[in-house]
Design a protein around this ligand. Structure first.
Ligand code: NAP
Length: 457
């Protein structure tokens, strides 16, 4: 007799939704006549970092939501938001509802940086700032912009560093056309930044920017992009990096164009400095007053070595955008060094390196916080292929009735949200945007209670 394959996915970001999509479109092994997928998320809303990671002035990337919505409207897929895995439901409580559980929890924290001065007032992690400007319910409504902070350092030359630099260098009014909530607009008006200095510890051929995002920096009329010349003497490692990847060559070309350009006299500047390794955040009376970097030189391999020469940069705030790090998953092993669930490309592994039966990982919690959103698709395909190969041998869900999880959550008093609930909140946010004096596409609701109340109304 055949049965439905029941899969629980923890995490409703792109990784989780792509995994659900692939599951529902795959040929199932013998013995299964359909698949049922429940996606759980701690946020009351779906879409993970597209809602709470992509910068508000990147509507093009947010368009991906349209494709994810089509997936979620499949009746084999259900959404359970506002469910905190590990608190509202633990692994051994969730397992009986499913043949398999897939973790797609992403990466939400800033990677650690071990330099003095991190605790000073005015020293921030990018992830916190991103959460704030994207209106995440779990962070403070206020951002502590220092009123005197006209010069700001951003550490790291990935796309998050670019997002942070761009949001800091734009005016609040430029961002008012986006979906930012009122508290973010009011907060941004207190931002005094005029010069945003972005620091790379290596050279131009090693930056992690993507060409489109780098080009787009110059699209704001209030910003001049000033690339500083140090580090443009390419070593063999840099030449190799430029030859090896077209996108890296494009990035270097864009940087060289900026380098050759005269500033237009715009009121704000984003400076990009190469071969400066941050070694200390300097403070006075508990506040950031500068950044010390060690000048580096390329060593021929694409890496750098310190020169023993140090520079002090007078800045009043420092934002670290040096990469994200995943939260460990309760009751599962965690690879601290890589910040991932130990895995073989799909199965989560126990400390002896054996598969934990029926437990899988996909997305950033599987391979670390690198790659654009589209990359999560191939990643999910790999995980789901393994899951489907295993499916005939997996223990069948003990509680396979369709409403079993709903009953469990109701019994625990968890105020979970659903896909229909998200559609209500979505319509509400769109209406807020339409009724706004600036006729915006959407205005986000920030308070968790309010989101839950609108979704469950
Ligand atoms: P990332 O691309 O890995 O960049 C991290 C940067 O931090 C690198 O330049 C790295 O330099 C630097 N760094 C790391 N440790 C450092 C240290 N101790 N001191 C100084 N610098 C250090 O990470 P990300 O910017 O967080 O982005 C994560 C992923 O999301 C990426 O794939 C990115 O493309 C994607 N994303 C895309 C967009 C978009 O608009 N398309 C927006 C945001 C994020 P080294 O190379 O020298 O290690």
């Amino acid at each position: 007799m055949s049965r439905k394959l029941r899969v629980g996915i923890v995490g409703a970001g792109p990784a989780g939704v792509y995994a659900a999509d692939i599951l529902t479109k795959s040929d199932l092994p013998e013995g299964f006549d359909g698949v049922v997928v429940d996606i759980l998320d701690r946020d009351p809303t779906p879409f993970g970092l597209i809602r709470y990671g992509v910068a508000p002035d990147h509507p093009r990337i947010k368009e991906i939501i349209k494709a994810l919505k089509r997936v979620m409207s499949n009746e084999s897929i259900r959404f359970f938001g506002n469910v905190n895995f590990g608190v509202d439901v633990k692994l051994d409580e969730l397992r009986p509802f499913y043949d398999a559980v897939v973790f797609a929890t992403g990466a939400r924290r800033d990677r650690g940086l071990d330099i003095p001065g991190l605790d000073l007032d005015g020293s921030y992690g990018a992830a916190d700032f991103v959460y704030w400007y994207d209106g995440h319910p779990d962070v403070s409504r206020e951002w502590d912009f220092q009123p005197h902070a006209e010069s700001i350092a951003v550490l790291g030359v990935g796309n998050v560093g670019l997002d942070i630099a761009r949001i800091l260098a734009k005016t609040a009014d430029e961002l008012l056309v986006t979906e930012i909530p009122d508290n973010v607009y009011e907060g941004l008006k207190k931002n005094a930044a005029k010069d945003v200095h972005v620091f790379a510890r290596r050279g131009p051929a090693q930056v992690k920017f993507t060409p489109m995002e780098l080009r787009e920096l110059s699209h704001s009329p209030t910003i001049d992009v000033v690339v500083h010349p140090e580090g443009f003497e390419f070593d063999e490692g840099s030449m190799e990096a430029i030859r090896a990847a077209k996108s890296q060559k494009l990035v270097v070309d864009v940087l060289q164009n900026y380098l050759a350009k005269e500033p237009s006299g715009a009121p704000h500047r984003i400076h990009i400095h190469f071969c400066q390794n941050p070694v200390e955040i300097l403070g006075e009376d508990g506040k950031v007053v500068g950044l010390r970097t060690e000048v580096t030189e390329l060593d021929g391999t694409g890496n750098v070595r310190g020169t023993g020469e140090f520079k002090d940069w007078p800045v009043q705030a420092v934002y670290r955008a040096i990469g994200y790090y995943s939260d460990p998953i309760p009751d599962l092993p965690f690879d601290e060094a890589k910040g991932v669930l130990p895995n073989d490309g799909g199965h989560v592994l126990d400390p002896a390196g054996e598969n934990i039966p029926g437990v899988y990982a996909t997305g950033w919690i599987k391979r670390g916080p690198v790659g654009l959103i589209g990359h999560t698709k191939s990643d999910a395909a790999e995980t789901i292929r393994m899951l489907l190969e295993d499916a005939p041998a997996l223990s069948a869900a003990e509680q396979a009735e369709p409403e079993a999880l709903d009953r469990y959550l109701d019994g625990r008093g968890v105020e979970y949200t659903t896909w229909e609930g998200w559609e209500k909140l979505d319509a509400h946010e769109v209406a807020l945007g339409e009724n706004d004096a600036h006729q915006r596409e959407r205005k986000k609701v920030v308070e968790r209670d309010e989101m839950v109340a609108i979704s469950r109304a």
